[in-house]
Design a protein around this ligand. Structure first.
Ligand SMILES: [Zn+2]
Length: 221
């Protein structure tokens, strides 16, 4: 993991209000991903596909990919799709948008924090076989830190593209370049944007553990 999120929270792709402060989703743009998630060309808008009905036990003939994505369970409670739809409706009535922490799978077994996004819209589209949800999320200017405080989202979190993260991960061997630690890794941008650092090449991005990441930011300030 590239951030201090409990492993168990990552069993499900959509987690409405995983805590009192935000929701959490896992996305993947990999070609073998189960859902069709994408980032728009503007780099700050995510289109996130809703989730299918659960597979029915050992009924191997049952194919969730042929059924409309549900907003309610057979028991009548909201599914994750339904909860996200409700949040969009609240936002359209004037409430604050739901804050969503987004992780992206960049390589097999490697999840990277993409940043915090505002859930602002949804649509239902017909994918040729059935109706699916598409949730629209836009990069937020705020984030929640690990102690639960709201703060301004740092620029470097949000602008390192997935392809560059992949390359850096492989080059640095999935380890902190300072100490070799493999836990709580962050993609560290060499020079802060505020000091003229340019992004978008693997050369000025590296993997650091949380300790070395924090030491570095202390030095810059
Ligand atoms: Zn380290």
């Amino acid at each position: 993991m590239c951030d201090a999120e409990e492993e168990q929270t990552l069993q499900r792709g959509m987690n409405y209000r995983i805590n009192t402060l935000y929701s959490l989703i896992l996305m993947s743009q990999r070609s073998n991903a189960p859902y069709n998630d994408k980032v728009h060309d503007d780099g700050v808008t995510i289109e996130y596909e809703g989730h299918d009905v659960p597979r029915r036990g050992r009924d191997y003939a049952h194919n969730p990919k042929t059924e409309d994505q549900p907003s309610k369970t057979p028991m009548g409670s909201y599914t994750q799709n339904g909860l996200f739809v409700k949040a969009v409706e609240e936002y359209k009535k004037g409430k604050q948008p739901e804050l969503v922490k987004v992780y992206e799978k960049i390589l097999s077994g490697v999840w990277s924090l993409k940043g915090f996004f505002d859930l602002i819209d949804y649509k239902i589209i017909h994918d040729g076989k059935r109706n699916v949800y598409r949730f629209i999320l836009k990069l937020s200017d705020q984030q929640i830190d690990n102690s639960g405080k709201s703060e301004v989202q740092p620029e470097h979190t949000r602008v390192i593209p997935t392809e560059i993260k992949k390359g850096v991960w492989k080059r640095d061997g999935g380890k902190c370049v300072m100490c070799g630690d493999t836990k709580n890794l962050h993609f560290d941008h060499d020079l802060p944007f505020s000091r003229g650092g340019t992004s978008l090449t693997a050369k000025n991005v590296r993997l650091l553990c949380m300790k070395h990441n924090l030491q570095k930011s202390a030095k810059i300030e």
